[in-house]
Design a protein around this ligand. Structure first.
Ligand SMILES: [Zn+2]
Length: 261
């Protein structure tokens, strides 16, 4: 039996998040069953539409964000528009591979993005939501599964996450690492070509300690009362703090000028 989690003294929330990363449906079905079993709220950053994505996003307590791939010189407006059209309830964005450039900020404002959870401050104590210079609410990530594998190189106990320290804890898992029970990123690289085939992928799941066992250990220690979705954290922050800058007005003016004939 797992011992109860030590809640940080400042009672900062813990936010479970998932980047779907185009995982095949059989992998996403596994994630849905895991989330259903643990019954905790989660924020899910969608990359594509499929039957398994639809059922995953419909889970009680789950909230939708989008996970655009802006890499490779993509048309950023088109990529984001396509995803926000497919997932109209999405309030927030996290870019694939945490890509960012400052041209995205006026685009996010134009599209009504409410928060951006894209800055990985791995295991930093005292993280908080903040406004960037554009007026966008940023929710930094505290921990991510693939980075954990690299950083700890074989350690998969919950204590490594130091969740008793103060500050916001945005935790990010990938369905494929939950499914494979990834221990090393090389496991995932080797499994990638076989992932679409359920039987071949199943044969590549790791026994023993890994990301899946860490997830199960973690969620067994989390209490629903300390869990929040990213939207609720962002909106609470917005309600408590007014953005002091004029950037949103400047961006809106610039957009009107660009639209004018
Ligand atoms: Zn990604």
């Amino acid at each position: 039996m797992s011992s109860p989690l030590v809640v940080a003294a400042d009672a900062s929330p813990v936010c479970l998040t998932l980047d779907l990363d185009w995982a095949p449906d059989h992998v996403l079905q596994d994630t849905r069953l895991l989330l259903q079993q643990v019954g905790l709220p989660a924020t899910i950053f969608a990359t594509h539409q499929s039957p398994a994505v639809t059922t995953l996003l419909a889970l009680v307590g789950c909230e939708t964000g989008v996970h655009p791939n802006f890499l490779g010189g993509a048309d950023e407006d088109a990529v984001l528009t396509r995803l926000l059209t497919a997932f109209p309830t999405a309030a927030g964005v996290r870019s694939h591979e945490l890509y960012f450039n400052s041209r995205l900020l006026p685009l996010f404002q134009r599209k009504g993005v409410r928060y951006f959870s894209n800055d990985l401050m791995f295991l930093h104590s005292g993280l908080q939501p903040y406004y960037d210079w554009s007026g966008l609410v940023r929710l930094p990530l505290y921990w991510e599964d693939d980075v954990h594998c690299l950083y700890f190189d074989g350690r998969f106990d919950c204590a490594a996450l130091q969740l008793d320290r103060p500050g916001l804890k945005v935790l990010n898992f990938h369905p494929v690492h939950l499914y494979l029970n990834t221990r090393e990123i090389a496991d995932y690289q080797a499994a990638k070509p076989a992932l679409a085939d359920p039987a071949a992928a199943c044969a590549l799941r790791r026994e023993g300690l890994g990301i899946r066992t860490l997830f199960l250990d973690l969620v067994g220690r989390l209490h629903p009362a300390q869990m929040r979705t990213l939207s609720s954290v962002a909106e609470e922050f917005r309600a408590a703090h007014r953005f002091a800058g004029r950037t949103p007005e400047r961006f809106a003016l610039q957009a009107r000028k660009e639209r004018a004939p």
